[in-house]
Design a protein around this ligand. Structure first.
Ligand code: ADP
Ligand code: MG
Length: 273
């Protein structure tokens, strides 16, 4: 397979050639800098459709930046990312890439759902309204249809009795489950979770992990940044250990978590386990 040519920020990818391997998410030689700090350093990774990837690593290692790059909330400085064969932030014409306009980037962003540590629900909207807002506003779905689907999604995350509650009337675990239903409502190809349980009281962690585990079996491609190593071991197909913006180790959970090749992985795991 042909290697892709890097897209460099100072001379955007127009003209760069482009080749994908058929993964749901393909990250090709991605580098991202903040000023002089190289936060992602030549990261390459292919995620198969329907796969579940756990992204682990110390604070500041670039995990959130990698997720944000997949969603094009960050613009990478070199390399490129493709979702379902389509380059993020670029349009493909033949084997060449051309940068997308802002409006087109926003349209494409619905392919990738994101769930944050801090839920980020609209505080003035009920659970149901939080879930139907984007399908109606972004996808232009008729309200009745969007509401029927939202009720199904809220049932799926165990919140049938909370559809009319406002976020302040819900526990952290319930708010996070609304956030998951909201992300699913746009029918994303890929769903990204950035430490979805880190802001929760310990007794609420499992109700959210259980919902994610159920999703993992449903065929949507998932990437989960987590410090819940037991959960990663049980649910992920692949564990990626990131440190200093580089992938140190990648492989099946039983190998990366139980027989890591690298001293740095061993050291990290000894701190979080
Ligand atoms: P992680 O999620 O693994 O904790 P991040 O991706 O949030 O790591 O951050 C990686 C590094 O990039 C950190 O050193 C962080 O301070 C820095 N960083 C993240 N976002 C920005 C930003 N917008 N501007 C400057 N530095 C940033
Ligand atoms: Mg982070």
């Amino acid at each position: 397979l042909v290697r892709a040519v890097a897209a460099v920020a100072s001379s955007p990818a127009a003209g760069a050639s482009f080749e994908v391997h058929g993964g749901a998410v393909e990250i090709h030689n991605v580098t991202k800098r903040f000023g002089t700090l190289r936060v992602l350093d030549d990261v390459s990774l292919t995620l198969a459709p329907g796969s579940v990837t756990a992204l682990i690593g110390p604070s500041g290692s670039g995990k959130s930046t990698l997720l944000r790059s997949i969603n094009h909330l960050e613009r990478v400085d070199a390399g490129f990312i493709a979702i379902d064969g389509e380059p993020v932030g670029y349009r493909r014409v033949g084997d060449k890439l051309f940068e997308l306009r802002k409006s087109e980037i926003l349209k494409r962003r619905v392919d990738v759902g994101m769930v944050f540590q801090t839920f980020n629900l609209f505080p003035h909207l009920t659970a149901l309204e939080n879930v139907v807002e984007a399908p109606i506003e972004v996808r232009g779905r008729p309200r009745a249809e969007a509401e029927a689907e939202a009720l199904e999604l809220l049932a799926r995350v165990g919140l049938s009795d909370k559809t009319d509650a406002f976020p302040r009337q819900l526990s952290g675990g319930q708010q996070q489950r609304v956030a998951i239903a909201r992300a699913l409502a746009l029918k994303p190809k890929v769903l990204l979770f950035d430490e979805p349980t880190s802001a929760l009281d310990p007794e609420l962690v499992n109700e959210v992990l259980d919902v994610i585990e159920e999703l993992a079996r449903s065929g949507v491609t998932l990437v989960i940044v987590t410090h819940e190593i037991g959960f990663a071991r049980r649910v992920a197909d692949t564990v990626v250990f990131l440190e200093g913006g580089r992938i140190v180790e990648v492989g099946p959970p039983e190998r990366v978590l139980e027989q890591p090749d690298h001293e740095r992985t061993v050291r990290f795991l000894s701190k979080v386990l």
